[in-house]
Design a protein around this ligand. Structure first.
Ligand code: ADP
Ligand code: ZN
Length: 514
């Protein structure tokens, strides 16, 4: 098939897995293909489609991507069409005519169309050489992007028992992978799992103290590099875009609140490097094929590791060094929790919560980021990568018993009735109005920690929360409460190792605490 690769697509060599997968497809074997985005999955069915006798049906969830792919194929002189709700009746009829004439090599359809009874009848009449199910993880309720329309595909093998099926996805944890194989009822499939490692991407997580300042400092280092900044809401996207534009960055906003023309304009300007930064919601990125994106910033915690991996994966497609920066504020976790409590399907809420917790654990991890990611996707790795914040700058530990005791007793002294910032201000000996009014400047813990910065204390408190010594009561304005595990620490029965807080260069960082 190598000459065919050259002749039709103009490539000289296979990408990882392509030769094996295409070989299996040509021998009518079912395939399960797990390759990262940009790995060259489309070619795995497009090339066989040209050489198989009958039509290849491609199931794809996104209308816009369908059209792009078909346009690209036609430009290569390949007989490809799509059918979806954007076509007129006449246009659909014209596609059917081509199908009956046996002229079509590839036909793209939406999942709900594929299993309409009269469509099935027509397909059975003309015969199908191969079904390619793109974004196959959408069939799994355990996946992060379940689409009810995909469920019907579970009947495919019953309707077409002799037609091989190729399932393709760029994103599936081991549980979801298993579910896809079962749902589609693949028969002794070739299972190809490519590596998900993107060695040129450097992963960094920074605690979010002063988001805008941190971001500006970061962007300054980036000079005119292309990058994407992801935010969790349209409002945040617009606000941040305005703040950056004000400071002279060549920036544009992208989210589903803008119409298609505006979004296309922004995307084109980004591709041409007229704009260097796009601030966007998750709506941005599908099908964006810009090779020289140098950085991706997550201004807020993504909902899943899958989303984080996909979004950061848009950086460094050219193989040149690129960066992924996640700004992490543990308050995002509480926000997510509230949001999920509003979800009415309890099973879906539970799945979403667990996925989110994996994401939060990634952000809080003290182990190599890449190890956390790859192990999450079931790609067992033990060797730290040397190209993430943890590897490059391992967290320094110190005996934090005394610091923890000061923090915990201050929570106790204020009656377990105040939030983080107030407790820190008391520790730092602030004379602010509220403290004077409450008489908290008379407490024994007042001013105990005045030699340390606010941000330093914030990091200490967060660690105490992570260790389960303190809890923030989100039902009561996030007031801090002691948990039973705080007792032995307070009594000095349990020494506590803490990570030395990682702070912005601007804040004072004592080298070590005794
Ligand atoms: P995926 O569907 O896995 O995200 P695509 O199929 O869109 O990836 O392929 C990504 C890019 O790689 C496309 O521009 C495609 O033309 C290119 N590509 C695919 N196979 C090869 C190959 N063997 N050699 C060079 N480029 C390839
Ligand atoms: Zn690492």
């Amino acid at each position: 098939m190598l000459p065919a690769l050259k002749q039709t697509f103009g490539y000289d060599t296979w990408r990882e897995g392509q030769a094996e997968i295409i070989g299996a497809a040509m021998q009518q074997r079912d395939c399960f293909v797990l390759l990262p985005t940009g790995g060259g999955k489309s070619l795995c069915y497009q090339l066989p489609a040209l050489h198989l006798p009958k039509v290849t049906l491609v199931v794809s969830p996104l209308m816009s991507l369908m059209k792009d792919q078909v346009d690209a194929l036609k430009a290569n002189g390949i007989a490809a069409e799509f059918i979806n709700s954007s076509l007129s009746r006449d246009a659909v009829q014209e596609v059917f005519t081509q199908l009956y004439d046996g002229r079509l090599k590839l036909l793209y359809v939406a999942p709900e169309r594929l299993l309409q009874p009269n469509f099935i009848a027509r397909l059975q009449e003309v015969g199908v050489s191969l079904f390619a199910i793109d974004e196959a993880h959408c069939i799994s309720q355990w996946g992060h992007d379940f689409r009810p329309d995909y469920m019907a595909l579970a009947q495919l093998k019953q309707r077409f028992p002799d037609t091989p099926v190729m399932a393709l996805t760029a994103t599936a944890d081991p549980g979801t992978q298993q579910d896809i194989l079962q749902q589609l009822d693949l028969n002794n499939p070739l299972i190809y799992r490519g590596s998900f490692d993107r060695p040129n991407i450097r992963y960094t997580v920074q605690e979010k103290f002063r988001p805008l300042e941190q971001l500006l400092a970061y962007l300054k280092q980036q000079e005119n590099n292309s990058g994407i900044i992801y935010c969790s809401s349209r409002r945040k996207v617009d606000e941040l875009t305005a703040q950056l534009a004000e400071r002279g960055f060549r920036v544009a906003a992208y989210h589903a609140g803008y119409d298609a023309t505006q979004r296309d304009q922004v995307q084109d300007a980004f591709k041409r490097d007229d704009i260097s930064i796009i601030v966007a919601t998750v709506a941005f990125g599908m099908g964006v094929n810009k090779p020289n994106i140098r950085f991706v910033v997550h201004f807020e915690l993504p909902r899943t590791i899958e989303a984080y991996y996909q979004e950061t994966g848009r950086a460094g497609r050219d193989g040149v060094a690129a960066e992924a920066l996640l700004l992490f504020d543990p308050a995002d976790i509480a926000r997510m929790k509230r949001w999920l409590e509003a979800e009415d399907n309890p099973q879906r809420a539970e799945v979403a919560w667990q996925r989110f917790q994996s994401m939060a654990a990634f952000a809080e991890a003290q182990t190599c980021r890449r190890l956390v990611l790859l192990n999450y996707f079931g790609e067992a790795r033990q060797q730290p990568c040397g190209n993430c914040d943890i590897c490059l700058n391992p967290p320094q530990q110190f005996d934090g018993t005394q610091t923890a005791q000061q923090a915990l007793s201050c929570v106790y002294r204020v009656g377990q009735n105040y939030g983080l910032h107030h407790v820190i201000e008391v520790l730092r000996g602030s004379q602010n109005h509220k403290i004077q009014e409450l008489g908290h400047d008379k407490l024994s813990t007042w001013g105990l920690g005045k030699q340390l910065s606010h941000d330093y204390w914030l990091s200490i408190f967060r660690q105490l929360i992570h260790f389960g010594l303190l809890q923030q009561d989100i039902t009561q304005h996030s007031v801090l409460r002691l948990l039973p595990a705080a007792r032995p620490v307070l009594r000095g029965e349990h020494p506590l190792q803490l990570a030395v807080p990682r702070l912005q260069a601007s804040s004072k960082t004592p080298a070590k605490l005794g």
